[in-house]
Design a protein around this ligand. Sequence first.
Ligand SMILES: [Zn+2]
Length: 411
Amino acid sequence: MNFSFDIKHAEGNSLARVGTITTPHGQIQTPAFIPVGTKATVKSVLPEAMADLGSQALLANAYHLYLQPGPDILDEAGGLGEFMNWPGPTITDSGGFQVLSLGVGFKKVLAMDAKTFRRDDVIADNKERLAHVDDEGVTFKSHLDGSMHRFTPEISMQVQHQIGADIMFAFDECTTLHNTRRYQELAMDRTHAWALRCLDEHKRLTDERIGKPYQALFGVIQGAQYEDLRKKAATDLGSMQSSGQSFDGFGIGGALDKSALGTILTWVNQILPTEKPKHLLGIGAPEDLFVGVENGIDTFDCVLASRIARTSAVYTMEGRFNLSNSRFKRDFTAIDDECDCYTCTHYTRAYMHHVFRGKEMISATLATIHNERFIVRLVDQMRQALLDGNFADMKADFLGRYKHRSGQASN
Ligand SMILES: [Zn+2]
């Protein structure tokens, strides 16, 4: 087995720590931000550029790769990293979130008021339900061609073994904040039964696919906003064993109100085994990364940095702003004069404004390079601050500037 996590430094007054995850394809120094290449590509950016900007690993999505090109193609290619020309560590998420979110139209529903809206059969208006959950698995309709498919814990493990990422996630039922408390309990029971089945199938496949690089399996902690459910999830999955296997690490997922992020992470990370890595699924706004790190998160992933880059929104020490705004037409400074990325050292805001206005393809490439570098570097700086013993100062300094100026330039 070629997977380990070594903690080099742990803070005395918080759950924050610095460590190294070792995989068959290399190491990840933590805490680390992992950029997302959903369909085995970080949209518009070459893998070499992702390495240059400091990305230590990439995360792809099992649901999308299952539908296209199909996991057998990735297996034949020698695995995800080999297929996409990324020599470093890779991660796949299980597809549970995508299967269910495409099924019930999460995006539309989430626009409703989470505090007053409670319904188990959550579905957006005028949207056909594309996924049905039962105790065995999820039946869903492809968003590409309408064909019917079924994911079970066993199928998710088979798909993720064929994709061949260094770290995989157990198949879970992802709920929304709109589900009732009763439904959250049912979904959690189902997720835990599925977790046992994932461990069994993972063990079977690991033995069967002898000679392939070891793939680590992380369990996923659900429980929405409920303290007892989150703690139960951490207790159950933290100690779960089957076929002589336990989880190699944990993902913290599911519905959560970001204002409760720190509280929820404290509940679960005080219970989960200290010596195993913790990944926060799908959260990556600068202010949330600090909350994650100080509450024991080792790795993050989020599509936000690249998604907003394609709409001309960039992160800077002056806060987040939009390069297509006309005030940048004659601004011959870098996007962020403190950034060391390829874009900031070679291009101006005026040029970026021009290529966004002209809908030039290079606009997405250059803005994505900057945003991914900004977030990767921010978490790298947190790691260094932990080692230097000045995390609190670094956080206060960053958020003081970032939030203050975001308020001034909020377009
Ligand atoms: Zn930059």
